[in-house]
Design a protein around this ligand. Sequence first.
Ligand SMILES: Cc1cc2nc3c(=O)[nH]c(=O)nc-3n(C[C@H](O)[C@H](O)[C@H](O)COP(=O)(O)OP(=O)(O)OC[C@H]3O[C@@H](n4cnc5c(N)ncnc54)[C@H](O)[C@@H]3O)c2cc1C
Length: 379
Amino acid sequence: MSKTVLILGGSFGGLHVAHALLKKNIKDVKVILVSKNTHFFWNLASVRAIIPGQIKDEDIFKPLESALSRYPAESWELVIGTATEADFDAKTVGITLADGAARTIPFDQLVLATGARTNPDAPWKAPGSYEQALAALHATSAGVANAQHIVVGGAGGTGIEVAGELGYEYGKTKEIVLLCAGDKLANGHSVAASAASELAKLNVTIKYNARVVEVRPSADNDNKTVVVLANGETVTTDLYLPTTGQVPNTDYIPARFLSGEGDSATAAGTVVVDEFLRVAGTQNVWACGDVVSKPRAGFFITQKQAASVAKNVEATLAGQQPAVAKGPPADIFACAVGRGRGVGRINNSIKLPSFVVWLSKGRNLAIPMLKGYIDGSIA
Ligand SMILES: Cc1cc2nc3c(=O)[nH]c(=O)nc-3n(C[C@H](O)[C@H](O)[C@H](O)COP(=O)(O)OP(=O)(O)OC[C@H]3O[C@@H](n4cnc5c(N)ncnc54)[C@H](O)[C@@H]3O)c2cc1C
């Protein structure tokens, strides 16, 4: 009888696992990919896509159907919907389909790849439908075009990149302010000083010890936003762009499978996995990417985890033992700072020259790699 591998989430993790399994053409196995969006989103480029005229929608959004349709029709199914409840004992997942109808999908093997969303909402991830993701990007881009004063909240990797893109395009014509919660960028990471120096070259003002506690519309002017800081200070701006946090998309997963508390690298509520990336306490549920966020949320980590999960699902289907999951050989952190330069490091000790970061990331935000997620060569 045919077995079902159910994959939840059609982004870097989920699509990678789907390709890896479908390429093997495993006999009597059907892969069902559940995605809220009809399209795969190259979110690494969202920071530049908010600058009007820089990136075309069709260059960073590609239909998932075009990725899966290269495999035999009977071996896969794409379900556009949201996983709303999961019962790992009964081996079923409840889905609310895009048209509001409910469907319960039984599985033999389940892969959780529902990632994490920004908190508060921002266009750096696609937590809803394709149409909602496009609308969020377009609205932000229009806001950027109209604003004279822009505040970026949060000075981690995304905040540095957003401020860098704005500074590169508008540093001489608009006021760009980056709010940093502590006294160093990127949580005091080794790239902090070089990122600050690169942003200064782009006329970005960095405000340190500026933790955002509230954002509200201005009482005096409908078009302005007031950003309230922990020290009571307020900053009034035309546009506030938050990059302050991520929340794992795990609302549909029973709490006993989730981490109770977060740490400096991970939000609370991520999925707890063992060394095989199997959800702790299960035999046939696996997880990869930002839904796990260990050792941290990252694209290269997601890639490696997806490859391991696919191998372990395949082994388990064949009645074999899973293998310990492998991570990337080195932890690379690279931040584009505008369209001309960047900062980065390998393993927190080796500094990457600006030119190398520009060449590997900043020049095109790695958009050419998107092709591999559609033609399957990534897996
Ligand atoms: C601006 C930015 C730049 C980045 N740059 C880098 C970088 O240079 N290097 C790096 O290593 N990492 C980078 N990252 C991190 C990288 O984007 C993530 O690690 C990656 O997106 C993780 O992929 P994922 O598949 O695990 O999850 P996600 O990309 O979060 O995707 C999860 C998918 O699941 C869907 N989903 C959610 N809930 C449900 C549900 N209940 N049912 C069905 N589907 C659901 C979502 O809609 C989404 O499509 C960057 C992140 C941002 C925001």
